[in-house]
Design a protein around this ligand. Structure first.
Ligand SMILES: [Zn+2]
Length: 227
């Protein structure tokens, strides 16, 4: 039996599994996993076989973070995103009762205004994560209105996470506002319905990829005690 810290149980994984079946953003290359060696190998070479693999993945595949450099040549690259932006309190805003998934507006955040101002991280649960691996996941997802993006940065938000593949579509008004104001975006979150309440502690750390535009993240959350 492998031991884990007791504390582990309070953390909820809000990342999608990353494997060769992870659907890439349309037009992007699929995830490639290569098994370089395996403990199953029994060739009697006298060498010990280990499990060892290599993978190649778009930095915008699966649960991942966009750095300002994704849209702006002078923007912060993923290795320079402040660790403090990626760890800390977050407000979980649940947007339900869609007539059909559509536009996320400032009004959806208004009742959370004070919480947003103090937590400075916002996670949106639209329920769209339930469409993961279905044919409409990348085409019919909700988007964030430009005014909603302005509302968030106006309240000091440094990280916004969503359970859909992109905060908007071309010409990307929400990406422009969020990344243009130095906030980072986490896309393709999942499992947000497993979290009770709306006040969480979030960890979503990107790899320290030198000078690049994004990175897969392992995003986890737990209910904030005493909040
Ligand atoms: Zn992205």
């Amino acid at each position: 039996v492998w031991k884990t810290a007791d504390d582990d149980r309070s953390w909820i994984d809000i990342s999608h599994p990353l494997d060769a079946d992870t659907p890439p953003f349309p037009g992007d290359l699929p995830v490639e996993l290569l098994e370089l060696d395996s403990t199953d190998r029994t060739i009697p070479t006298g060498q010990r076989h280990l499990n060892c693999s290599r993978f190649s993945v778009s930095v915008h595949c699966g649960t991942h973070m966009d750095a300002p450099f994704h849209f702006f040549a002078q923007g912060q690259t993923i290795d320079r995103v402040a660790i403090a932006s990626c760890i800390g309190p977050a407000v979980l805003v649940r947007i339900s009762n869609w007539p059909k998934p559509g536009w996320i507006e400032s009004r959806h955040f208004e009742s959370h205004r004070d919480q947003i101002r103090s937590a400075r991280r916002v996670i949106i649960e639209s329920g769209w994560h339930r469409h993961w691996k279905t044919s409409d996941y990348f085409t019919d997802h909700p988007v964030l209105e430009e005014a909603a993006a302005r509302f968030l940065v106006g309240h000091g938000v440094v990280l916004i996470g969503v359970d859909f593949p992109s905060v908007d579509r071309p010409p990307y008004p929400a990406h422009d506002v969020l990344l243009g104001n130095g906030a980072v975006i986490v896309e393709n979150l999942t499992n947000l319905d497993a979290i009770a309440g709306d006040s969480i502690e979030l960890i979503a750390l990107p790899l320290r990829l030198t000078g690049r535009d994004g990175s897969p993240v392992r995003a986890v959350a737990r209910v904030r005690s005493g909040a």
